[in-house]
Design a protein around this ligand. Structure first.
Ligand code: T6T
Length: 324
């Protein structure tokens, strides 16, 4: 009997130690005032994350928390992982992060979780989100479907269309692409040319457009899955003298995208609500830290902005900030 118990204990302890199997509940406290909150966005200098940061800072200040922002220079898990390791060493009470890869960021975030840091995922998510107390994001598959409908309408429901997916393995890029692909099938007059990856690099998106136009001069439309994909798409079309002839639906509404819309380089934008993602994420992480009920998955909506509705308050509110 003793032998059997020892065996059970050994099996349990192996299960507890094996990486990826044991996560910890965040440490709870009476108040979060004076506690440190780290924010690790997907990339530095992106108006989507700057707007989210404004929301995080405003909501953290209401709770008396200080915010430390550390961003990778590129949207790249190999640059973001050492930042997470550095954050763990600094022992903040909480971490809000947009993981740049749905699986590569799991091991460092598991370590952060095991170090007692309360984790909230913002924007992007993980394949295994059990390390996080909460996850706040746009319904990116629905956004991709909305982009498919908008693009189909712009091209009169016929012709060839292409997707520029900004990063394979990033949950938002994959979900937008798949949401688009599932919906575009319903538009039977459309020929889908597939998705090409630009690695969040506008120059790469511009070359993809040039190469696609060389092979398909009758290209009718493009869905650019984020700001940098849209910027490069516009450059590629400008270089080929195809602005306006090829219709573009972009994701995001940074000042550059709004200018592109006004200039007719892009015909519709699927705008997210990054400020709200930031405030919601702080509210949820504070709830987790103080032992209050937490919503595991908080959805955030989108607004489709066009030249025709750009003046509407809903569209104006959707424009991203470059400073708080
Ligand atoms: O589209 C957003 C964000 O949702 C995505 O995960 C990464 O790119 C952006 O930050 C826009 O540049």
């Amino acid at each position: 009997m003793l032998k059997k118990l020892a065996l059970v204990a050994a099996v349990l302890s192996v299960a507890a130690c094996s990486p990826g199997t044991t996560t910890s509940a965040p440490q709870t406290r009476d108040s979060v005032a004076g506690q440190k909150l780290a924010f690790v966005p997907g990339v530095a200098g992106d108006s989507f994350y700057i707007t989210m940061q404004c929301g995080i800072q405003a909501e953290a200040a209401k709770n008396g928390m200080t915010v430390d922002v550390q961003a990778p220079q590129q949207f790249d898990p190999s640059l973001q992982t050492p930042i997470v390791n550095g954050v763990i060493a600094q022992k903040p009470a909480a971490l809000l992060i947009a993981p740049t890869d749905a699986s590569a960021l799991y091991p460092p975030l598991l370590q952060a979780n095991q170090a007692g840091i309360a984790i909230g995922l913002v924007d992007t998510t993980l394949e295994r989100a059990d390390v996080a107390a909460t996850s706040v994001s746009t319904d990116n598959a629905a956004g991709g479907a909305a982009a498919a409908d908008a693009l189909a309408q712009l091209v009169g429901d016929r012709g060839k269309v292409l997707v520029i997916a900004f990063k394979a393995g990033a949950s938002t890029s994959d979900a937008r692409q798949h949401g688009f692909e599932d919906r575009i099938k319903a538009h039977r007059g459309i020929t889908y040319l597939g998705a090409q990856i630009n690695d969040n690099d506008p120059a790469k998106a511009a070359s993809i457009i040039s190469a696609t136009l060389a092979a398909h001069p009758d290209l009718a439309g493009v869905f650019a899955t984020n700001q940098f994909a849209a910027e490069g798409t516009a450059t590629g079309l400008r270089n080929a003298g195809k602005v306006g002839a090829v219709k573009v639906v972009g994701f995001d509404a940074g000042p550059v995208q709004i200018k592109q819309l006004q200039q007719g380089e892009v015909q519709a934008l699927i705008a997210q609500q990054p400020y709200r993602i930031g405030t919601d994420a702080v509210d949820q992480i504070v709830a987790a830290m103080t032992g209050k009920p937490v919503t595991k998955q908080v959805p955030s909506g989108t607004v489709t902005v066009t030249q025709a509705n750009l003046g509407d308050p809903a569209s104006q509110q959707a424009v991203y900030k470059t400073t708080c």
